[in-house]
Design a protein. Sequence first.
Length: 756
Amino acid sequence: MASLAAHAARFDLGSVDVDLLKVLYESLIDPEQRHDLGEYYTPDWLARKVVRRAFEAPARQSCLDPSCGSGSFLFHAIRLKRDALVAEGVPAEAVAARCCATVTGLDVHPVAVIFARVTYLLALGEALLNRDGDISLPVYLGDALQWNVRREGLEQDLVVEVPRDPREGKKGAPLLRFPLPLCADPALFDRVVADMHDASEDGRTPEAFVRGLAALGVPPDQFDTLRSTYATYDRLRRAGRDHVWGFFARNLSRPVAISDGARVDVVIGNPPWLSYRFMSADMQARFRETARRLGIWVGPDEARLVTQTDLSGLFFARAAELYARRPGRGRRGGRVAMVLPLAVLSRGQYRAFRTAAWTGVDVAFTEAWVLDNQAVAPLFRVPTCVLFATVTAGAPQATPARVTAFAGRLPFKDAPEELADRFLRRLDAPAPPPVDFVAESPYRTRFRQGATLVPRMLCLVERAEPGRLGINQAAPMVRSRRSSLEDPRYKALESLHGSIERDFLRPVYLGESIAPFRVLRTVEGIIPVVPADTMVDAVRAGDRGFLRLATWLRRAEALWMQQSAGNRTLTQRWDFHRGLTNQFPIAGLRVMFAASGVQPAAVLVREAVGVIEHAVYWTETRDESEGYYLVAVLNSEAARARVAPMQARGEQGARHFDKLMFTLPIPRFDAGEPVHAALAAEARAAEGVAGAVALPEGATFQRARRAIRDALRADGVAGRIDALVTALLGPDPNGPPIEAPTGADAVRGTAEPVDA
């Protein structure tokens, strides 16, 4: 610490007013690792605003950032406190110690902790240089959720589970137990752990170690637990396994010390936004257990929302439960202020979270800020909000109906607050309406997602150049179809090539194959499905005499086994949830629509050969009129506008439809209904218009879709379909109905975003 302080003293620390190390930290940590941790770092202007709003009396309030990263929130909390202490007349030599006693950070990433400690020093600035005596920087490597901590009995012990040594057979994992009252005194805890190591090094018996505890000030009622822990630690040290457990126990104790001690007045930060689907199986189990206990787990009828949830909401609730001061004796409860995905204010997976009526802790949400990434840029990759809440005693208050919405374009992402204020507007606005994903259309269950044909280079192919002997029409020569968007694990591998029996080469519809009312380009794929709709692997293909297919699959399966960490075979992957075999026998009349895109794209397909990839949803229809009716609705701007509030949004805006269209009240087709019949007729006309659009050779699917939409608007058929769909669906419960353009407006069209 003295060496670090000496280096820091070389700089003009008083002039630093931002978290300087954030960019360096982001550049050092592998993006995949940051993704696995759910890390999204907060720009300085936003961190400073949140901190200043969260504190009411900074000179007297304590503060914790339980996921501090490189220390942005800590920096601004310390600066706010430092200036407040000076303003209240606290002696300059005491300011640094007061800050270190009341502003604490935790993070699970060791590099983040190192950077945050340096940021802490920079934030102290002149207070560090004027300090009177040593200080200890309270930034710890610790699990704020306390998922790596087992509390047993009557909440009496912190239990650290040491991984089992495989050489010890089936013996249970060693346990290191520490009394919780000891954990609540970090200085004493550190002395006990250090003495434990020294006693083991000196060869002392457990009884001799315990005799020394009294001199350290440990109460006698903790002796038995620590005697047993010492015996386990001594055994680990003698086996050469003690090198991390003292350090590990210290860090695990810090969150416990805060949660079991006086707690803090303000909990701030930007928690991990790690998606449930990217968590390990063990982490998912802990997430479910904690969310159920807190009462914020999705209900049994909302199981489909599980994969869409993330760690941020639970982290907010858990931080309020563990670390925010409880109200009592005329004192308000602690305040929690965190940056979260905007989804928490509207999505179904956060419905219970928004009520604030959690099990074990109640909060009153007092304020919300909305920072949509389409309104504020540059910011995060997804829309964002900030929630402020106060811990209450049995008086929960749901998220507010009105929010403060920010809008404006910043000169750069990490602008200081003063510069951000010049470019951003703050508006009073209604909160995003809750999104209800309940299916209202009978077509929801009829539409299926296509097959997961990945890795694509093992399945999708293109014809190879014919040799001198020409082409064997019964078994053409093919090679892997390559793409710049391939999985990095496969990008460096050599392409497969060989001849394949013609019956196993089929057109494949990708998302990019679909345009409004028109098929663009399909690709070719090796589809190992034999009569009787059975999927075959290399062995079964060989057994049935399909030797060329067997050779290709054998090589593909070997590459899959080398690169995949999963337990599925390659053919099981391609037929995940029977996404491939459910397409057989292939119907001759199918409706297909792209799962993603800025604008919808659906088409009626008349052929019984091609298979559909997972970026496309499909259903078969025996009635051509029903098919036209469906593609008219699915392609309409009227339908798109209604589902837009439900779409997940990223850097490019709203891009995913999946089955959202079927949350609309699209009724089953009835040829006797005039509106239904009119939609089918208009879709037939639209198909003719789309088919007549001349597309340049090599045009991207985005450009092709735009050209087709322009033609549909210019013809007027797009406007007529929108008017009919508006009449079909009835009034929009979330806003006024779309007014279809007419006359000159229908010809001229309106500007639309770039498709993808």
